[in-house]
Design a protein around this ligand. Structure first.
Ligand SMILES: Nc1ncnc2c1ncn2[C@@H]1O[C@H](COP(=O)(O)OP(=O)(O)O)[C@@H](O)[C@H]1O
Ligand SMILES: [Mg+2]
Length: 206
């Protein structure tokens, strides 16, 4: 059965594309590949990244509208699909979230971030499996601790805290950083955690 992991936040510049590409890389690196990476952002940042630095085992489809993304998420035979979402376009974001088994919400520490995460959470159907990933984090800082504690107090799960790294910021200009891949493999494990439970549900049809 196919599992769709959506990487979504209504805000731009939080780490969606970085998270989506690293999650796809982590799928392959951990032997769970091949993986389909759907780029639903008209800015095509994931698509450009993969064009410049292809990752073996990761197939990319550009699908920058609600209609295209719905089709792309069903395309092909890969068991795992990662979707990079646009920051604005609510219609496309909703089309992504409707089909997602699991939603990764990248965010940053501080400023207007919590309100954008809340706006994203409000778009999810109740009970949707989701977790927050704090991107480009400065480990050991009070601000980071407060961010993590704040989300946990609201009942949200933190699926990862990815440290700020030059090698990650390099994007397509460098190979995927091993530190980044290790962190995102942990995020992936959280994102896929529901599959054991789902398998126990009786399956009808093929
Ligand atoms: N762990 C990290 N360390 C350093 N820079 C990061 C990290 N994660 C993301 N970034 C940088 O943050 C910026 C925004 O990330 P991006 O993935 O493009 O966000 P979005 O897709 O949400 O707009 C990019 O310059 C990216 O390289
Ligand atoms: Mg992006």
């Amino acid at each position: 059965m196919r599992t769709v992991v959506a990487v979504t936040n209504v805000k731009g510049g939080v780490g969606k594309t970085t998270s989506a590409v690293y999650l796809a890389g982590a799928v392959v690196r951990s032997g769970r590949g091949p993986v389909l990476l759907v780029d639903a952002d008209p800015q095509a940042s994931s698509a450009e990244w993969l064009e410049r630095s292809p990752i073996a085992g990761v197939r990319l489809i550009e699908a920058p509208t609600a209609r295209l993304v719905a089709r792309a998420m069903d395309a092909g035979k890969e068991q795992l699909v990662v979707v990079d979402s646009p920051p604005g376009d609510e219609k496309t974001v909703r089309a992504v979230l409707e089909r997602a088994d699991s939603v990764v919400i990248p965010t940053r520490v501080g400023g207007p971030e919590p309100s954008r995460v809340r706006a994203t959470l409000e778009m999810l159907a109740p009970g949707t499996r989701r977790g927050i990933v704090v991107c480009a984090a400065r480990t050991g800082t009070r601000d980071l601790e407060e961010t993590i504690e704040g989300w946990e107090a609201e009942g949200e799960s933190i699926w990862g805290v990815v440290p700020e790294r030059v090698a990650i910021a390099a994007g397509a200009d460098a190979a995927l950083s091993v530190v980044g891949l290790v962190h995102y493999e942990n995020v992936l494990i959280h994102a896929l955690d529901h599959r054991g439970r789902r398998r126990r549900v009786p399956v009808t049809g093929s």
